[in-house]
Write a protein that binds this ligand. Structure first.
Ligand code: GLU
Length: 603
């Protein structure tokens, strides 16, 4: 079975296969030998999947497409100030090989020959004789494989490229090229003769679409800053004198070459590479242009017609009313938490945090109740955070903390370095990060309890009469049970119960904390002193989960055998205990229901 995109590309290929209009470039004699029937389409996705149709593996010379990559290399290696002092970024409105410079004697932009030769000159000025090898190596990294060179085309252009020689000497006249003009020209002719396929071009284009990271090899070739500058000049000047119409109709940064190749690079989406040597009067591949037009209009990929619904970024927005972490708590603690539920706000976010979504979230945050003390932002489902979003988030964090509110992140680590690096260097905020939302909620609960309950000493021994499961028992009944229990002590980190073991007893926690976990390590609940565990033994024969000591633990074990004997003597106690157990289960169910409700009713 083919994917929808594979089918779309195949249809496009079939529709255009018979179109042999235009003609192959012949001003470089060797190029006139190209076979006009050759036709390849490739598309690389940002997860590195490559769709190839037709002659996608047929090699041809990269020609002017090299200009985009050598420009990015110059920006990366020499910095934008230096490059911009030599080459402009304005569309020229003239033919690609015009012998004309701007009023201050710079080439108009790096996509016309004058600018591209000046760019190659910059590489020669720093790399000398190694310049071509450096360019060759960089273009190969963009493609993810060692590219070849067409020596015939190189020689052919070298023998006939007098117009480019004229441009180069004009540049030298204005000191825009290093002394060794012949070497610059030689490197330029050679870089134009590097062999690529439409397959390679699509990977190179996808690298630009993917913030400079080759999506196949994973290598960062150039920085996002350089990518944005390169795509900018491709957008304004990449398609010869057709650039305006191209942007209007196709709307993707692109570059074409007289060898018959085109790259189109849609940021954060895809890279396209096409090969068909027949050119139109502008020097662009006829079928290449048609492929890009069709794909762009069919899928509405125009870079300026993107839309998004920012409100969907908030998946759920709730407080602590009816909700708690998986830690079971004594009822004094539960009461404190319910009394202060409006001090907590939990916002679960989803998708990409961008300028627009982060602004929406921050507007939601500033409408919080005056009692807010803890703001938890759960980022587990956040797929990425743009620089603009980081700047807004950092500022929100400053404001929120300035108002005495904790901002807490879960599901994704946000380091203060991350935010401060992008925003202001002066703010040194210590971030509270938790692996999962439940841990963040538990931390908040602990903090609230600490603030409001100096009375509740966590190291205090909770007697049997205060056990939730034994609520309503008389002193005599408690005393009898106490005589039947065996005291057990466990060290922090010790495993107390094992899933799958037969359940022969249950436990009352007198001191410390335990957690109930699945084999996978996922925590089902945490229990503090006053709670019982293993009580499912009253209903089931086998333990359904592991129980671990989170701190040093003291508990009382009651075997089922002893319990059964006890209930024979005190039948009403069996009933009371089962009722307390059922209450516990119903509380847990109510909590789970509240969570389901929050997640399904938001938005
Ligand atoms: N090597 C070619 C030249 O400078 C490249 C032209 C192009 O592809 O536009 O004439």
């Amino acid at each position: 079975m083919n994917t929808p995109l594979q089918k779309l590309l195949e249809n496009c290929y079939d529709d255009l296969l018979g179109d042999l209009s235009g003609k192959v470039a012949d001003y470089i004699p060797e190029l006139s030998k190209s076979d006009p029937k050759r036709f390849g389409i490739s598309l690389t996705t940002l997860d590195g999947h490559i769709y190839d149709i037709g002659d996608s593996q047929f090699p041809f010379t990269i020609q002017s497409i090299s200009k985009a990559f050598v420009f990015s290399m110059a920006l990366e290696n020499l910095g934008s100030n230096h490059v911009e002092s030599v080459i402009g970024v304005e569309p020229s409105g003239e033919a690609f090989n015009a012998i004309r410079l701007t009023a201050d004697n710079r080439p108009f932009n790096p996509m016309v020959n004058a600018g591209a030769i000046a760019c190659t000159g910059l590489i020669v000025a720093t790399e000398g004789k190694k310049a071509f090898d450096k360019i060759h190596e960089t273009l190969s990294r963009f493609a993810g494989r060692k590219l070849g060179v067409d020596e015939e085309v190189y020689r052919s252009e070298s023998l006939t490229g007098d117009r480019n020689r004229a441009i180069a000497w004009l540049l030298r006249n204005y000191s825009r090229l290093p002394e060794n003009v012949d070497l610059v020209l030689d490197v330029y002719f050679k870089q134009c003769s590097i062999l690529v396929t439409s397959h390679d071009l699509s990977v190179m284009a996808a690298t630009l679409a993917n913030s400079g990271i080759n999506p196949v090899t994973g290598e960062q070739i150039i920085s996002p800053y350089v990518v944005a500058r390169t795509l900018s000049v491709m957008t304004s000047s990449g398609m010869y004198d057709y650039a305006g119409q191209w942007l209007y109709k196709v709307g993707m940064p692109a570059k074409s070459g007289v060898g018959g190749g085109i790259i189109a690079s849609l940021p954060a989406t895809l890279g396209l590479g096409t090969y068909s040597p027949n050119l139109d009067s502008y020097g662009n591949s006829v079928r290449g242009i048609r492929v890009c037009e069709k794909i762009s209009s069919y899928l509405n990929l125009h870079v300026l017609s993107q839309k998004t619904d920012i409100k969907t970024c908030i998946l759920a927005d709730y407080g602590l009313s009816g909700i708690s972490s998986r830690r079971s708590r004594r009822h004094e603690e539960v009461n404190i938490l319910q009394d202060h539920h409006d001090e907590v706000r939990i916002i679960e976010l989803i998708g990409a945090l961008t300028f627009a979504t982060m602004d929406y979230v921050s507007r939601a945050v500033i409408t919080s109740s005056a009692n807010l003390k803890y703001l938890i932002l759960d980022l587990r489902r956040v797929s990425g955070i743009t620089d603009a979003a980081k700047i807004l988030l950092n500022s929100l964090q400053n404001d929120v903390e300035h108002n005495g509110i904790y901002i807490i992140f879960s599901g994704r680590t946000i380091s203060s370095d991350d935010l401060n690096h992008i925003a202001s260097k002066n703010t040194l905020l210590k971030n509270l990060n938790f692996r999962i939302l439940d841990e963040a909620i538990e931390w908040v609960e602990d903090d609230i309890i600490k603030r409001y309950a100096e009375l509740l000493n966590p190291n205090e021994l909770v007697s049997l009469s205060e056990q939730f499961l034994l609520a309503g028992f008389t002193d005599k009944e408690i005393e009898t049970i106490s005589g039947l229990c065996i005291e057990r002590n466990y060290k922090s980190g010790e495993q107390i119960l094992f899933a799958g073991d037969s359940s022969k007893s249950f436990y009352f926690l007198l001191l410390g904390k335990v957690s109930v976990r699945l084999r996978s390590g996922i925590r089902l609940s945490s229990l503090s002193a006053g709670m019982s565990f293993g009580e499912m033994a009253l209903l089931e024969n086998l333990r359904s989960a592991d129980v671990w000591a989170d701190t040093d633990v003291r508990c009382l074990e009651l075997t089922l055998h002893a319990y059964n004997n006890f209930t024979k003597a005190f039948p009403e106690c069996g009933e009371k205990l089962m009722k307390n157990g059922a209450l516990l289960l119903s509380q847990r169910l109510r909590m789970a229901n509240a969570k389901v409700d929050i997640l399904s009713s938001s938005n």
